[in-house]
Each structure stands twice: as C-alpha cells, then as structure tokens.
Design a protein around this ligand. Structure first.
Ligand SMILES: *Cc1c(COP(=O)(O)O)cnc(C)c1O
Length: 395
C-alpha cells in the first residue's frame, strides 16, 4: 500500500520516525555504563511526565494489562477490600485483575459514558469507618467510552472522608496527552503502557509509585515474583534490571521523552485538547452523538461515537479498514456493536486528524449512514482555523 496507514485507534498510536530511528540500533550490554545512563534518562524523563518529584518509576517489559497486575500485587493482600470505580471495559478489567488475586472489589458502578462519581466515592468511604477499604481503583481516561474522570475530585473525596486508602490510577490512555499530576493529586500508583501517549510500540508496563505505596508493598501478601517491584527498584539504583530489559524500547522511550520535553507538556496537552474538540465538532456536524454525556469529562485522546440505530459499529469498523486502510476502534464491553472510536492521541497534527475524519465521513456514507460529505470536515476545519487565528493573536 502506498502512503501511510491511518491508524486512528486509541492505541497503539503512530510511532514517529525519530523514535523508529532511535530504536534502530545494535543491542547494547545491559550491564554496561551506557545502559545505566539510558535507564537514568528514562526514569528522570518519566518523572517529569507523571509530574512527580517524590514518586519512583518502575518499568517492566509487559503491557498496560501487566501494569494493572503489578499495581495490585505490590500493594494488596488476598482478602483485602477495595473500592473500584467501574465506568467501562477497562475499569472492569482493572477490577477483575484485583479479584483474580482474591481481592474483594466493592463496585461504584455508573453507566458507560459517565465518569467516576467523586460524591458517591466519598459516601462509600465515609461509610467505611473501620477503614477496611485498602485502595481505590480509578481509570483516568476510560478508553472504551471516551470519558476522562476527574482524579483531582476523587482525591478530594478521599481527603474529605479522611480515608487512608491508596489511590491506584490507570493512566494508560491519558499519560503524556491529558494533564495528570501525580504529586498534586496524591496518586499512589499511576500505571501506563508505552503505546498510547508515549508514541512507542507496545511492550512495556510503566508505574509511578508513591512513598505510601512503597510502604504498603512491604506488607502486601499477594503472590508476586516477576511483578515484584522491590528487586527492580534495588537494581535500578545501579542502572540495572533483575532481568533482560527491553533495550530497544528504552532507546525509543528516551527519544519520546526528549520529544515531549521539546514540545513542552502544556503544549502537548493543548494540542490534544484542540484536536479532540475539532473531532467532536465534526461528529456533531455529521449528526452523530457522543457516548460521553458530560462535556467536562470529554476525553482529549479519543472520541466514542454512537452508531445510529440499525447499523453495527463493528461491521462499520471492518468496512473502513477493508476499503480505506483506516483503522478505527470497535465498541468494547457493553457497547459492542454500538459505538466506534476515533483515536486522536500521540504523534498527531491537524492534517493527520483531518485525513482520518475525511475517511470516517466517506466510510459512513458508503456504509449507508445518511451523512453529508464535507459537513464534519468543514466544522473541524473552521474550529482549527479559529484556534490558529487566536493563537497568532496571542503571540
Ligand atoms: C490500552 C489500555 C489498557 C491495556 O493496555 P495493554 O497494553 O493493551 O495491555 C488498559 N487500560 C486502558 C485505559 C487502556 O486504554
């Protein structure tokens, strides 16, 4: 296929040339001095992205799902109770991982399309006067629904209830795209993968860990071997790992962190917010509805679009892939066949987004959905143009 594939799913995202080149290197000795410098650059850079000074970074070869497991086994014990905010497919998966280890999940469940309800969380925490709940599980950006939960409000709920539960946050599809303040928001474990906002190929589990979570890990009794973060933290001090690390991914990570530093996190967040708004305007102009109900919770990394009645979204996604080599996200969990998802995160600019949106319009029409070609694109273009003009006026 000439040209590039439109990988418009909410992860994995496109890997920029710079990162591909950084990874195209001979493998180095993972016990040598050059490797130690690489580890240091990655750990320091990640701290900046998590916006933490006091947190420790732990890296594993793995995946986001593996990072769930690492967060659970290092902080909890079988029989512990936790409060799990469930608002979609990924938050369900996070809770199931805890349950697989004999951790009992009390669920705060809301419909797909809503965010974690901080007031209900506060009520449950206050009801737990004996402090039996050991942790609170939240997914920052629910990738199945395009909803970003207000983690700062959840933190405030913990504080108001004066509850000591650990705050464990899945940031897989938000980190390096949507503002996430590990220190300011009192997060205890933030977990992520490399293949979304960090613009890398899949293959890692990445955690930021607070002092409080480190203390909890001394008492945690979940079985753990590979995911035990203690030997990793210990060996990292000498720039090593207790196993063979994913050397080439670390080269890529170093470059990705450099790129994020060059652009500057505030600008990275603003770019994602701008592209997301352009995408939503396009969707509305096409007469389609968003799954996310509350505008304050609109995700800046993906948009989940409700398919009109009578059309199957999974078939639509397959159609777009077959006809245009355009990859969109399918409906997951309870909204299987009912929504499709447009990813707009990572290494993405205005024209990339417009190309993807042009494909969405064409394929909707081709699939039989009554849309007017160009309507969505024009709405997105108008918005991006007005943003460009106001940015120029500010400069
Ligand atoms: C992608 C994703 C995961 C799973 O990550 P994998 O690397 O696919 O295991 C978990 N949580 C969220 C919110 C995600 O978007």
């Amino acid at each position: 296929m000439p040209g590039r594939s439109f990988l418009q799913i909410p992860g994995p995202t496109l890997v920029p040339e710079r990162i591909v080149r950084a990874m195209s290197q001979p493998i180095i000795d993972h016990r040598g001095p050059r490797f130690a410098a690489l580890v240091e650059a990655c750990l320091d850079g990640l701290k900046r992205v998590f916006q933490t000074r006091t947190g420790r970074i732990v890296l594993y070869p793995g995946s986001g799902t593996g990072a769930w497991e690492a967060a659970i086994v290092n902080t909890l014990s079988p029989g512990d109770r936790v409060l799990a905010c469930i608002n979609g497919h990924f938050s369900t998966g996070f809770a199931r991982t805890a349950e697989a280890y004999g951790v009992e999940c009390e669920r705060v469940e809301v419909p797909y399309g809503d965010g974690a309800p901080a007031d209900e969380v506060e009520r449950r925490l206050r009801a737990d006067a004996a402090h039996q709940l050991k942790a609170l599980l939240v997914v920052h950006n629910e990738t199945s629904t395009g909803v970003t939960s207000n983690v700062a409000a959840v933190r405030a709920a913990l504080d108001r209830a004066q509850h000591p539960a650990l705050l464990l946050v899945d940031t897989v599809s938000s980190l390096a795209s949507i503002d996430l303040r590990f220190d300011d928001w009192g997060v205890d474990v933030a977990l992520t993968g490399p293949q979304k906002g960090l613009m890398l190929p899949p293959g890692m589990a990445i955690l930021a860990v607070s002092e409080k979570a480190l203390t909890a890990s001394d008492k945690a009794r979940c079985p753990r071997s590979y995911w035990d973060w203690r030997p990793i933290l210990e060996r990292n001090r000498r720039g090593e790992f207790p196993y063979t690390p994913a050397t080439l991914l670390l080269f890529g990570l170093e470059e990705a962190l450099r790129m994020l530093d060059e652009e500057g996190l505030p600008r990275v967040f603003a770019r994602h917010a701008r592209l997301a708004e352009a995408c939503r305007r396009a969707v509305s102009a096409l007469g389609l509805a968003l799954l996310c109900r509350n505008p304050a919770e609109y995700s800046h990394t993906l948009t989940a679009v409700v398919m009109p009645p009578g059309f199957d979204s999974d078939e639509f996604v397959r159609h777009a892939h077959r006809r245009l080599d355009l990859s969109l996200g399918v409906g997951l969990g309870a909204v299987r066949g009912k929504v499709f998802r447009i990813g707009h995160l990572g290494s993405l600019n205005e024209l990339d987004l417009l190309g993807g949106l042009a494909g969405v319009e064409m394929m909707l029409k081709d699939f039989g959905v009554p849309v007017r070609l160009g309507a969505g694109l024009a709405a997105a273009q108008e918005f991006l143009l007005s943003e460009a003009i106001s940015a120029e006026a500010r400069a």
